[in-house]
Unconditional design. Structure first.
Length: 385
């Protein structure tokens, strides 16, 4: 049995990888998974790049940036499975919630209130609000930026964005180091349950289908033992199918609650799996459609159109230049043939708005230029949605 060392961050969307190990899917494929809990995405990237990890749970845009050599040395890898869609939320501190007044249920309605609070701070000579994101090349960075920009808030001038690892977000909010953050499940709900945070916007209320994490397989394994890489891919797909079954939700929450994994109470994790979020301390739960998705054909398959949206954000926010050859690089990263050999009838999203944008102009991967033309030099929309 071949041993594969895989890193992960304590987040709900690591579930397909964890389940592949815990439910014996990896062992059935002839693999012994050694799962290593990490605290930051920089650690995950660096340990994969130097071969300390064979594979990893990784933020989708970080995988793309690393494979393309954007913002870091080029790291050979493939990402043949999306581990989950969505699962993030934007949360503000209860103190900042008091600054903006009553937090409305509609995320769009919160934006003018946030903008007014930012102006009041500026006029009073106070520091701009500080928001945490998990990494510069992260869905969290792009979702938060898009949300703020939709309200006319310049994420580079009107607020301060800082990088904080996911497990440290809640502590940073509790200590007053940040006024809010965008992070994945379960940390938004942990902040609410501790009485220190108020969820303003689940990511699925802004974009219906953002590719969140991927299974990143380092070049050493992908090239050195392609059979093992394929076996790992199949085991994780089977793990995702198990996660997607509503009958397994309680068992999944209990498994993830283990101190080796998320170390968060199972009932809280279950709420996030089932999309029943509590938005304010002491408040009722509300159903959030598609809060986190593990379904194999709709969510887990690698999707070049969705990855193109992530690349467009790198260009929009001045992390990269528009490269006409990026479509080929995305194809080489996703290796759709590997997934297709496991799930032959899982077709890619048709060209068009693959991420289901609700707050900004849609992107068609065939015309990234047209999408980018809808924003000014700051990345703000030129016309309100």
């Amino acid at each position: 049995m071949k041993t594969i060392t895989a890193g992960f961050i304590p987040l709900t969307d690591a579930a397909p990888l964890i389940v592949a190990h815990e439910k014996g899917f990896a062992a059935k494929a002839g693999l012994a998974l050694d799962l290593v809990r990490e605290v930051s995405w920089a650690n995950i990237r660096d340990k994969l790049s130097v071969g300390l990890f064979d594979a990893a749970h990784m933020i989708a845009p970080l995988a793309l940036a690393s494979a393309a050599g954007i913002g870091h040395v080029k790291v050979p890898m493939i990402a043949p499975v999306t581990l989950a869609l969505n699962g993030n939320a934007i949360t503000i501190s209860t103190a900042f919630a008091r600054e903006i007044g009553t937090v409305p249920d509609d995320p769009a309605a919160a934006l003018p209130l946030m903008r007014a609070a930012i102006v009041r701070r500026r006029e009073a000579g106070l520091n701009a609000p500080t928001f945490g994101v998990t990494f510069p090349f992260s869905t969290h960075n792009y979702i938060l930026r898009a949300f703020l920009a939709a309200g006319g808030i310049d994420p580079d001038e009107d607020v301060q964005l800082v990088v904080i690892p996911p497990p440290l977000m809640v502590g940073s909010l509790e200590r007053g180091l940040v006024d809010g953050f965008c992070v994945g499940s379960p940390w938004n709900s942990v902040a609410v349950d501790r009485g220190i945070g108020h969820i303003v916007a689940p990511s699925s209320a802004l974009f219906r289908a953002i590719p969140e994490k991927v299974l990143a397989i380092g070049g050493g394994l992908a090239d050195g033992d392609p059979g093992a890489a394929q076996a790992l891919t199949a085991a994780v797909v089977e793990g995702a199918a198990w996660c997607a079954d509503p009958a397994n939700a309680t068992a999944l929450a209990e498994l993830l609650a283990d101190p080796r994994y998320l170390d968060v109470p199972a009932p809280l994790i279950l709420r996030t799996i089932e999309g029943r979020l509590v938005f304010a301390p002491g408040g009722p739960s509300r159903d959030v459609p598609d809060f986190i998705r593990f379904d194999v054909r709709g969510a887990i398959r690698p999707d070049a159109a969705r990855m193109a949206w992530l690349y467009a954000q790198m260009v929009r926010w001045r992390q990269a230049r528009l490269d006409p050859g990026m479509a080929d690089r995305i194809g080489a990263l996703l290796r759709a043939d590997m997934f297709g050999s496991i799930v032959p009838d899982a077709n890619e999203t048709a060209d068009g708005d693959a991420v289901g944008s609700l707050i900004e102009p849609p992107l068609d991967r065939r015309s990234i230029d047209a999408y980018l033309a809808a924003f000014d030099a700051r990345g703000l929309p030129t016309k309100p949605q």
